[in-house]
Design a protein around this ligand. Sequence first.
Ligand code: FE2
Length: 281
Amino acid sequence: MAKFVGAFGASHGPLIAREWESMPEAPKKRLGKAFRELGRRLSAVRPDVLIEVSPDHWVNFFINNLPSVCIGVGEQHDGPPEPFLKDFARSLPGHPGLAMHIVTTALANDFEPSISHHLTLDHGFCIPLLRMELPQLPQIIPMVINDLEPPMPSIRRCLAWGRLLARAIASYPENLRVAILATGGLSHSIGEPTMGDIDEPFDRACIAAFTTGDDASVIDALEAGLKTTGNGGHEVRNWVVAHGAAGSRGFDLVDYFPVPEVYVGCAFAAWTVPDAVKAAA
Ligand SMILES: [Fe+2]
C-alpha cells in the first residue's frame, strides 16, 4: 500500500526566482539555506510521488472557469510559463494512477474536485522545486486550491481536504512513498493598496497555530487573521491542507523571516512522520 511519508511547506513569491541574481546577499543566502534544508528533509523521506498544493496564478484558470479545487491527473504537466523560469523543467512527470484514486476517493466521500488532464505548473509549483535543489524530481500530483479570488474554500474545508488526502494515500494499493508540499504564503499583498506589506503578527499567529497542532487554533487564527491581512495570505490554505494530511501533528519550523525584497513573509516547515526517514534509509 502507499505510505504518507511527510508534509512540507514553503513560500513561493515570484521574485525568489525573477530577482534572485540581484537580491542582496543576506536574504538571498538565508532563503537559499532554508529552501535547501527543506529539500534535504524532503529527499530524506525518499518520496516517489509529491502532491503539490498551490494556487494557480491565472495560468490555467480565470474568472470564467475558476474551480475551488482541481486535481491534475495527467501523465505529464507543462513546466512554468514565466520567462524567468524558462531554464526550469519544460515538463514534469505526473502520477495519473494515484491522482485519479484521490479524485475517486474524494467523490466517494462527498468532495467534488475538478480534474485536469493537462495543467501548466507556474511559479507557485516550480519555485520551491527549483530552490530546494532536489537531486531528482518525484512524480508530481498538482492540487490547485483557489486562494486568489473570493469566494474561497473555508479553512475547515481545507483541513478536511488534508484528511481526505491522507485517507486516499493510505488506501492506494501500489507500494509508493507519498509526500505533500504546500506552497505559498505567508503574508503578502499583491496589486492592492497595501502592496508590499508583510504582516508579521499574522505570520507569527499562523506559525503558532500550526505548531500547536490544534485544529480549533488553526481555524480561529486563520479565519480571523485573513480578514485583515494582505490578499496573498490566503495561500496559507495550502498549508492547512498539509496540516490536515499530517493529522494536525504540529510542524517543525525550518525558518521564518520577513523578506521585503520579495514582498513575502517567507516560511519553511516540515510535518515529520515518525520513522519515515529511518524506513527510507
Ligand atoms: Fe502565489
